[in-house]
Design a binder for this molecule. Structure first.
Ligand code: UD1
Length: 416
């Protein structure tokens, strides 16, 4: 069955290693298209979204293999510019190939990308910004064709901060003719990793880590070996699990420097944390009220990807609280499932009010997207009785093996 079974009500004790970052791996794999030769990418997680990205790269004529945790991408025989609709359809990051492919081949046709159903997730700003770099795009209901006689640098003053648009523009600009300015650029650590990869390959990018990136196009990029950083969202997931179930866990390789807002939030809930050189120690259980609520924001604010996990933390803390979702409009899909588990939550627009003091009990609940699915597993760890989370495939899009990691942390959990 496509499910996870959880025997709840057990505190967590143990340690687990945090996998490489999904959201850093995907644009870096797309960026290998910009180099001419064989790139070696270490620490890519073994998850469905990476599998789909490798499948897309193969369909474009790249030779791809994976050995002992290193993915080798040989882009010398790039041939196609049409991508298999099924992989494009399931993964929003396929849009990342657009900027890179336009730079490399000048022509792309693709279906509209898919991904988790956490909001409208349009690609209008991607297309608008690329048009400003000399790309002609024709759209119909199913997808679009994009072509350019040569990308040209442009000053991109964007109406709002977008992770994906910033990444796509970086990929388009690094080999474009002239200078590109991206403002406001997203500052997520995954964007910093993409810039570092491109700089290692010979790209000229200034302002890395700030909201203003200046990219001077270069003639070519050379292949490199690069290590993907650890996944701050996966680390935040297990941190949330400890907050809900209580205990003492060590998250080896957790990227503490990229988790400031999340660690600070955990401490406000009353747990003890220690940032160590090789990871993060968490001890205790959430039992305090957050008087100012929790508001998601672009980095370095609290990540929207951990919003549903911390909704569960609030539901387990025994205190009333509220969460405001500022990034995606449809990220409260988990609420009806948590209500089935006994939680008392009301949604009003972009705010969710969580009434503490209702102990969760286990039952059968349904994952509807990646992080919401992980949040239901975490809720089940803290709830009484035996629970089932169905639609495990959503969770597998972002976690190498959530049941194994949680068993290493002392949870009673298995595939079902
Ligand atoms: C990326 C992450 C995702 C994370 C999100 C916000 C990856 C693979 N995914 O998604 O995990 O939750 O950043 O941190 O890295 N928007 C438009 N038009 C566009 C593009 C975006 O309206 O053309 C809107 C979106 O609907 C959303 C907001 O902008 O409301 C932010 O989205 P964006 O930052 O682009 O998220 P993604 O890149 O899709």
């Amino acid at each position: 069955m496509d499910a996870v079974r959880i025997y709840g009500g057990k505190s967590l004790f143990g340690q687990t290693r945090i996998q490489g970052s999904k959201n850093a791996s995907l644009p870096i794999l797309a960026a290998t298209l910009l180099t001419d030769g064989i790139c070696e990418i270490e620490n890519c997680p073994d998850i469905a979204d990476v599998y789909h990205m490798l499948r897309l790269l193969r369909s474009l004529g790249c030779q791809v293999n994976r050995e002992e945790g290193v993915i080798r991408v040989d882009t010398t025989r790039l041939s196609e510019c049409d991508m298999p609709a099924d992989s494009v359809g399931v993964m929003r990051s396929s849009i990342m190939l657009l900027g890179a492919l336009l730079a490399r081949t000048g022509e792309v046709s693709m279906e509209y990308p898919g991904g988790c159903v956490i909001g409208k997730r349009p690609i209008d700003l991607h297309l608008y910004a690329l048009r400003r770099m000399g790309v002609v795009i024709e759209e119909d209901e199913a997808g679009f064709c994009a072509a350019t006689a040569g990308l040209t640098g442009a000053v991109q003053e964007l109406p709002f901060v977008s992770v994906g648009v910033t990444e796509n523009l970086i990929l388009a600009a690094v080999l474009a003719k002239g200078k590109t300015v991206i403002h406001p650029a997203a500052r997520e650590p995954e964007i910093q990793a993409l810039c570092e990869f491109l700089i290692c390959a010979g790209g000229k990018i200034e302002g890395v880590g700030t909201d203003r990136l200046v990219i001077e196009g270069v003639k070519r990029l050379h292949p490199v070996r690069f290590r993907v950083p650890a996944d701050r969202i996966v680390a935040g997931t297990y941190l949330a699990a400890c907050l809900c179930a209580g205990g003492r866990i060590f998250l080896r390789d957790a990227p503490c420097a990229h988790m400031e807002s999340v660690i600070a939030c955990a401490e406000r809930f009353g747990v003890r944390t220690e940032r160590e050189t090789n990871g993060l120690l968490v001890e205790g259980r959430a039992d305090r009220k957050l008087p100012d609520g929790l508001v998601t924001a672009v980095y370095p604010g609290f990540p929207t990807d951990l919003q549903s996990l911390f909704m569960v933390v609030m539901a387990c803390s025994g205190q009333d609280g509220w969460i405001e979702e500022k990034v995606f409009e449809n990220r409260f899909r988990i609420v009806p499932e948590l209500i089935k588990m006994g939680a008392c939550i009301q949604v009003a627009g972009t705010r969710a009010y969580i009434h503490g003091g209702n102990p969760l009990h286990n039952t059968i609940v349904e994952a509807q997207e990646l992080r919401g699915g992980a949040a239901l597993v975490v809720a089940a760890l803290a709830a009484e009785g035996t629970g089932i989370v169905t639609n495990r495939h959503y969770i597998d899009r972002g976690y190498e093996d959530i049941t194994l990691s949680l068993r290493e942390l002392g949870a009673a959990i298995e595939l079902a």
